[in-house]
Design a protein around this ligand. Sequence first.
Ligand code: GLU
Length: 288
Amino acid sequence: MSHYVGRFAPSPTGHLHAGSLACLLASYLDARAHRGTWIIRVEDIDPPREPAWAAEDQLETIEAFKLHSDRPILRQSTRYDAYQEALDLLIGKGLAYGCACTRKSIEAACAAAGLPQGVYSGTCRHGTGGAPIRAWRFLVDDGVVSFPDRWQGTFKQNVSKEVGDFVIRRADGLWAYQLAVVVDDGFQDVTHVVRGADLIDNTPRQILLQKALGLPTPAYMHIPLVLDKNGNKLSKQTLAPAIDQSRPEEEAAHAWTHLGFKPFTFDTLEEFYSEAVQRWRVRFQISA
Ligand code: GLU
């Protein structure tokens, strides 16, 4: 088996939808095309956004497609100690600092500094002036982060200008996605990330965190988003239609054409996967 570990890592914020299915299939096919390991990780770090039924519902959907994690499923809600350790390490290296800013004060600082809304101007970089710490931020050096995306080509972002020092532990005490995903991709030895293009502008932040934590950077592939008829991204929270679990073959065929492949006929899911893996290898020049 080649050294390949890929993952499907949904946040349990609702039903899986057509966009999630495209990510599920793409991550699975890429792993099988490489004869690698494919794992499922439940990214349940944001309880206020997670209906109690969602994680099990998502796992049932994956089951309906007859896809099984090659390793026990990791739930991020069991990993808080590891995130704390990572935060402590960053603080120890002087790469993370406590921030007392509120949403309002950040908006005001952006306006005053002429920065686009949402970019953090670095107000608390040198201390909070005695104000209580609310969140923890990662200190971003100036410079462009660039990486080769296997689908989208080279992607570049100046994180310091476009995002600023970003939150790794939120003011509500919850762990930020950026930190959790980097710690767990490292912990699970993930070598290849295949996920939706909506996350591509998060990747430079994750690469900076990997470097700071001494973790390797995986290969990335960000697949095109599935849009609704108004051209909006499907979202679990905005109640995009759930996948029809009773017709996985049709749903899989649909996701396949969304990924830009020509349709082919098949009877069973097994047949579908076996042919799809061959075609995936050809398209992405993966030697079998
Ligand atoms: N949990 C994220 C989501 O459901 C995906 C994280 C990732 O693939 O890096 O959107």
